[in-house]
Ligand binder design. Structure first.
Ligand code: ADP
Ligand code: MG
Length: 353
């Protein structure tokens, strides 16, 4: 168990903390923009930077005042930081207690074939595997990783991401994984801490942080482009401009709310679609509009829609089959279905800016 208690550090022009968090035998993904203090957090935990106040303890042992080795926190950097003049084997052996252990780690990380080579001859993915093996060779009680995949090409990054997921599961130690990439954070984190200006703005399981952001910043940073000011009209309804949306939970009437509709949770549908049962009652939260424009993002399309006579500018995503079937084009009529469960509300007073 890794416990962070009231950590602060002041640099000229940057205040880090206070940061409090407890990390069990799990992966805490720390997600935040560049300059938000993620590396500072790891540096303080690893003992590279002394905090101005607060404490770090690992399995009940206070870490302050201990040497880097004695802290038993393993740190993996973005670029691996291998010794250039040593082979992969020697790099791992630097911290390993035996050749058997090097063997075991090389097998685990699939780098047996490159053990005789020096870092300069390794690919980015191989270097990161060697760096991870070197760190694990010291049998750390906690593992800290600072954007270890960010310099890799997308296919290697995806592959290593899924391998790391299995590896972390097998370690049974606290893992703090720093990234600015939302996909990596949600794929690897048992919990995500959203970092902003040196503090944790929200912490929780990935699905909660994605679906129920507590502030505008968290909503925006997790890809929520549809944020509108609205007023709850009572009885599980909220009004945004001219549009009334059903929500899945009752909201106190007259309260000012920020309405979040995550693009991935709202759906485009056929402009002429009628309720499946043929009834005249309009289906819940299906809004008419026109396509404003669209962007091909490779695996999916991002579609901008002017809904409800342009009072609601919505961004949605569509997979190629739906995109083709709906004949989406600028100016074309369309409907947007917003499931009540996808209508997330933040009390405006708490939304921040
Ligand atoms: P991140 O890893 O999220 O990009 P960092 O923790 O590296 O952010 O940096 C957070 C802020 O602290 C930045 O504004 C950075 O310039 C500042 N900072 C980091 N290290 C130092 C240092 N040794 N001296 C002065 N300022 C620093
Ligand atoms: Mg950093």
């Amino acid at each position: 168990m890794l416990e962070l208690d009231g950590l602060t550090k002041t640099y000229a022009g940057f205040e880090f903390g206070p940061v409090d968090a407890t990390v069990g035998d799990e992966v805490l993904a720390v997600l935040g923009p560049s300059g938000s203090g993620k590396t500072t957090l790891l540096s303080v935990i690893a003992g590279i930077v002394a905090p101005d106040s607060g404490s770090v303890s690992l399995n009940g042992r206070a870490l302050s005042g201990r040497s880097l080795e004695d802290r038993r926190t393993g740190l993996v950097f973005q670029d691996g930081a291998l010794f250039p003049h040593l082979t992969a084997h020697e790099n791992i052996g630097y911290a390993a207690t035996s050749d058997d252990r090097i063997d075991e780690l090389a097998t685990l990380l699939e780098i047996r074939d490159v053990l005789d080579r020096r870092p300069a001859t390794l690919s980015g993915g191989e270097k990161q595997r060697v760096a991870l093996a070197r760190t694990l060779a010291a049998d750390p009680d906690a593992l800290l990783l600072d954007e270890p995949l960010s310099s890799l090409d997308a296919p290697i990054r995806r592959r290593l991401r899924s391998e790391l997921h299995a590896l972390f599961d097998s370690l049974d130690i606290p893992v703090v994984y720093v990234t600015h990439d939302q996909r990596t954070a949600t794929a690897l984190g048992d919990r995500i801490a959203i970092f902003r200006n040196g503090t944790i703005e929200q912490i929780g399981p990935p699905s909660t942080v994605l679906r129920e952001p507590e502030t505008r910043f968290v909503a925006t940073f997790t890809g929520n482009e549809n944020l509108f000011e609205g007023v709850a009209t009572g009885d599980a309804t909220v009004r945004v401009g001219d549009v009334e949306l059903r929500t899945s939970e009752p909201v106190p009437a007259e309260s000012a709310v920020t309405v979040c509709l995550h693009p991935s949770r709202i759906r485009l549908c056929d402009p002429s679609a009628r309720p499946a049962d043929g009834s005249a009652v309009p289906p819940t939260n299906v809004i008419r509009g026109t396509v404003d424009d669209w962007l091909n993002e490779g695996t999916e399309y991002r579609v901008h829609v002017n809904a409800a006579e342009t009072s609601l500018a919505l961004v949605t995503t569509a997979r190629p089959p739906a995109f083709d079937r709906l004949a989406i084009d600028a100016g074309a009529p369309i409907q947007v279905a917003i499931p009540p469960q996808a209508v997330h509300l933040i009390p405006t007073a708490e939304a921040g800016f």
